[in-house]
Design a protein around this ligand. Structure first.
Ligand code: OFO
Length: 179
């Protein structure tokens, strides 16, 4: 059982996760255009992570009998001046998402919606990891500054990031995650 208010709030968050995917796809595209294929890979892996986050909301809404509403996804910015700007914007965005998840958690607690509270716990932990990754990247890029050699070394390292979340949801998120 899930309230109409919580259903609407979870749908809004599903949309934000889709926007996150779209934002990181835009950054991946920009990184490609800058010749930074490793950064492009990192952001495309992040795109898959965000789609997974969105699909978990989708599946949870179904499991609770809540209606899924697919709203328009905002247009992300298309241009970023540097890799540092991309990660600065990524951190700002993730801090916004963290605030949204915290608000959802407050709503679940206020409504004594324990199922949703437990479901959201995963996102609370995930946001800690997201912000930590972004802070680490920003620290490294600040050390590198304008050194092209350092940037290319980091680019090579980021090329090794692999997608670890499911990407095929045709049989549901849980089935995909169990594979
Ligand atoms: Fe879904 O964690 Fe980023 O936005």
């Amino acid at each position: 059982m899930i309230s109409d208010q919580m259903t609407a709030a979870l749908n809004a968050q599903m949309n934000r996760e889709m926007y996150s995917a779209y934002l990181y796809m835009a950054m991946s595209s920009q990184a490609n255009a800058m010749g930074l294929k490793g950064f492009a890979n990192w952001f495309m892996v992040q795109y898959h992570e965000e789609m997974f986050h969105a699909m978990k909301f989708y599946e949870y809404l179904h499991s609770q009998g809540g209606a899924v509403e697919l709203k328009a996804i905002d247009e992300p910015p298309a241009r970023f001046a540097s890799a540092l700007e991309m990660f600065t914007k990524t951190l700002e965005h993730e801090q916004f998402v963290t605030r949204c998840i915290n608000d959802l958690m407050d709503l679940a607690i206020a409504g004594k919606d324990h199922a949703t509270r437990i479901f959201l716990q995963w996102y609370v932990s995930e946001q800690v990891e997201e912000e930590e990754n972004d802070n680490d990247m920003i620290a490294q890029l600040k050390l590198i500054k304008d050194n092209p050699h350092g940037l290319l070394m980091l680019d090579r390292e980021l090329a090794g990031r692999a997608t670890t979340v499911p990407t095929d949801f045709s049989k549901g998120v849980s089935a995909a995650a169990a594979v």
